[in-house]
Design a protein around this ligand. Structure first.
Ligand code: HH2
Length: 286
């Protein structure tokens, strides 16, 4: 998955590895925190998807249920009804599009994989539905395992850690071990520290500053910082859709520390920033 390029390790040595991969976000929901309601109509959603592909998104991540703080779950039927028509429409115009679906429900995952999705993004790291692990194993598809403390409804009320970096890293190591023991190919595991999922500003910053602890697990790392509240807290930008500059800073710093996948709303801005970061990091270092 993704392009092959030369990466620079922390000692500045050139090594073979995947180039940065931009994952464009498409929320087919009425209540997502920054684009809720924008893409409920399958035609509008597919149009936005194609625009993101043209701007350089290598993967599209479709979501049919918001996981923003305070959000309520939807039924599996509703989730499938929201996502599958959009997925089919995108693939009818761009059959080569690589589509991931943001779901923790095995039934939804089965339906979307059948409809042509190629990755599953599980914000519960396979804890939300005991049948999910066999679905991704059978499909032999990549799965994103994300860390979250608590659940979306209440996760931001009082997040608490003794050592957030160690706890998140240990959780991801255990979930990857569980997936692999159940038959998921190690090459199909992607891990994600879950920026903003049961984490306050200090927790998010600690994770972004010490991302090497997660990178060192040896799995590709995905970062989802796009337009999130912590960026608004730092920059003072209230409107989520205006947080693009702060998002780009988080993307570039995470890339420099070894993250590979960047789940973002603003594809062009992040793609261009990553191209410059990649060029600088691959330049000859004396
Ligand atoms: N963040 C969101 C949703 N899904 N998945 C992964 N793997 N990592 C993330 O950081 C992540 C995610 C929340 O952002 P968004 O999709 O924009 O909003 P909402 O959950 O309100 O639909």
């Amino acid at each position: 998955m993704g392009r092959t390029a030369q990466n620079t390790d922390r000692a500045g040595t050139l090594t073979e590895g995947p180039g940065p991969v931009v994952v464009g976000i498409l929320n087919v929901t009425p209540d997502s925190f920054s684009d809720g309601g924008d893409f409920l109509d399958p035609e509008a959603a597919a149009e936005h998807a194609v625009a993101m592909l043209d701007e350089g998104a290598e993967i599209l991540d479709l979501g049919g249920e918001s996981t923003r703080p305070g959000s309520d779950p939807v039924s599996q039927e509703e989730e499938i009804e929201r996502v599958v028509p959009v997925l089919e429409r995108i693939l009818s115009v761009r059959p080569e599009a690589v589509i991931s679906v943001d779901t923790y429900r095995a039934g939804t995952a089965t339906a979307v994989l059948q409809a042509g999705a190629r990755l599953i993004n599980d914000v519960t790291a396979l804890l939300g539905d005991p049948r999910m692990v066999s679905v991704v194993k059978e499909a032999a598809c990549p799965v994103i395992l994300m860390h979250m403390q608590g659940e979306p409804k209440t996760m931001q009320e009082e997040p608490h850690y003794t050592d957030v970096v160690r706890e998140v890293r240990d959780f991801l190591a255990k979930r990857a071990e569980y997936a692999i023991a159940a038959g998921v190919g190690p090459e199909n595991v992607i891990v994600d520290p879950g920026i903003g999922f049961g984490k306050n500003l200090e927790h998010n910053l600690a994770l972004l500053r010490n991302l090497d602890a997660v990178v060192d697990l040896g799995f590709p790392v995905l970062i989802g910082a796009s337009r999130k509240t912590f960026i608004g807290r730092i920059t003072g930008v209230q409107e989520a859709r205006d947080r693009v500059f702060g998002t780009v800073a988080a993307t570039v710093l995470a890339y420099q520390q070894g993250a590979t996948y960047f789940r973002v709303h603003d594809v062009r801005a992040n793609r261009e920033a990553l191209a410059v970061a990649e060029a600088v990091l691959h330049a000859f270092r004396r």
